[in-house]
Design a protein around this ligand. Structure first.
Ligand code: C2O
Ligand code: CU
Ligand code: CU
Length: 482
């Protein structure tokens, strides 16, 4: 492994994890490179109330990913993953969901600012054969959000089997900036998921006890459901909307030519200005938008690599420039957005959240407790600003895995986008100075985030987005009250 850019604490932690959590798994049967599947844009209609109505159908199916063994899968309007839902700021939308599965599910709009009843968290259960509707007004900056199930205890399995899709928000800024934005051509969604394939080429969800602690890692990476796909590039600049949709795998993204790219957005929208980078780390649930510039590269292909926590290196996507001349792209703007400082108007309250794997029997807890649907952990006043200090306690010795429990976590909050104020006492690195809804926490980390609670009252979740941890109860509820 060449590590020329081993400078951040984040990469250093990954290197440590490589040593400790590497699992021996048989290699995935070689796949022939296939073109990158692009999730279709979901059609909508307008109802009498003027709402844009979208329909999702949760269904089961099967698919051959590799070799000739079929995998039993789940999908939205298809057999694996779901269509991209594209909405515009200011619009009233209503997403109707029909659950045709023989088991309950929910559909959560990860990163969206909306009423608690439309959030799709564990309380908005859709029974087997049942339906649910999520009406809301799109009221947040342009961003790459996503949707996935959120039922207590079965989130990890349902996501793993294929329930995930993108929710893209547009606004005046995203539609006027000189950034690539032709969906599927120079604006490409990449839903990245590590999966554990058997020798035969299929996968299923069967976690062991250590898997629940370390996360259900794998031996292959699916990009929009395909193994090591390629895309033919026809424009000088290409925007990639990256989502780490893995259950518990942290991915470190680089380009195989060692060159740089520009990050333009975080979870909740554009950064203030493009940030030149050579690597980018995404924990489960996090998104980043990057622009890869082919105008100064030679005509050869460039591969986007993803290195997993266990040290595996995947070819996430091969970008093959077309043999004809590339379409000119406008240079990236130097300024993308203005991000107001949430803390500047005063902070009303501070809270602490300690994520721990030290509990009895290796329990995964936040502030010493596991999730209880009937318990409100924090009551928050509407129209206030708070600072939440989130820390991750190392596991140390004892417990389930004895001495090997220094597992990473992350912290995700529903219903809003927050800002990172401090990381281990310091100003956050530039890639965390944008709107976020999920932040990674390495053992021993202490992160302060600023949150503004506006518009909606009701019950929302905060949790670790490593899905095995979430299902094990590393989650809590806050209620916003008037
Ligand atoms: Cu993407 Cu509560 O989750
Ligand atoms: Cu969420
Ligand atoms: Cu965790």
């Amino acid at each position: 492994m060449t590590r020329t850019t081993l400078r951040t604490a984040v990469s250093a932690t990954i290197a440590v994890l490589v040593v400790f959590t590497g699992v021996a798994l048989s290699p995935v049967p070689a796949a022939h490179a296939s073109p990158l599947p692009i999730p279709p844009l979901l059609e909508s209609s307008t109802n009498a109330r003027g709402e844009r109505v979208f329909d999702l159908r949760v269904q089961s199916g099967s698919r051959t990913f590799s070799g000739n063994t079929r995998t039993e899968t789940l999908g939205y309007n298809g057999d694996y993953l779901g269509p991209t839902i594209r909405v515009r700021r200011g619009e009233d939308v209503r997403i109707r969901v029909r659950n045709t599965l023989p088991e309950p599910t929910t559909v959560h709009w990860h990163g969206a600012h909306l009423p608690a009843a439309s959030d799709g968290g564990p309380h908005q259960r859709i029974p087997a054969g049942g339906s649910w509707e999520a009406p809301f007004t799109v009221d947040q900056p342009a961003a790459t959000l996503w949707y996935h199930p959120h039922l207590m205890g079965t989130t990890a399995e349902q996501v793993y089997r294929g329930l995930a899709g993108l929710l893209i928000v547009d606004d005046d800024i995203s539609e006027s900036l000189a950034v690539p934005r032709e969906y599927g051509r120079d604006d490409i969604p990449l839903l990245l998921q590590e999966r554990r394939f058997s020798r035969g080429g299929s996968f299923e969800y069967r976690p062991s006890m250590p898997d629940l602690m370390h996360g259900y890692g794998g031996n292959a990476l699916l990009t929009n459901g395909a193994l090591e796909p390629y895309i033919v590039i026809r424009d000088e600049r290409v925007r990639l909307r990256l989502l780490n949709g893995s259950n518990s795998t942290v991915l470190r993204m680089t380009l195989d030519d060692g060159g740089s790219f520009h990050q333009i957005a975080t979870d909740g929208g554009f950064l203030e200005r493009p940030l030149e980078r050579r690597e980018l780390v995404l924990s489960p649930g996090e998104r980043a938008e990057i622009v890869v510039d082919f105008s100064f590269r030679d005509a050869g292909p460039v591969t986007l690599l993803a290195e997993s926590t266990s040290g595996r290196r995947y070819r996430a996507l091969e970008l093959r420039p077309a043999t004809t001349e590339l379409q000119k792209s406008r240079p990236l703007p130097t300024r993308l957005a203005t991000i107001p400082d949430l803390a500047s108007s005063g902070v009303d309250r501070r809270r602490q959240f300690v994520m721990s794997t030290m509990g009895r029997g290796g329990r995964l807890t936040i502030n010493g407790r596991t999730m209880d649907m009937n318990r409100i952990d924090e009551v928050v006043q509407l129209d206030t600003t708070e600072i939440w200090e989130v820390s991750s306690e190392g596991g140390g010795m004892g417990g389930m895995m004895g001495g090997m429990m220094d597992v990473p976590h992350n912290f995700h909050v529903h219903g809003l986008q927050f800002q990172v104020l401090r990381v281990n006492g310091r100003r956050p690195p530039p890639e965390l100075r944008g709107w976020k809804d999920t932040v990674p926490l390495w053992p021993g980390d202490r992160i302060q985030i600023v949150l503004r609670f506006e518009n909606y009252t009701g019950v929302f979740m905060y949790h670790c987005h490593f899905l095995e941890h979430e299902d094990e109860g590393m989650m809590g509820q806050f209620e916003v009250r008037r």
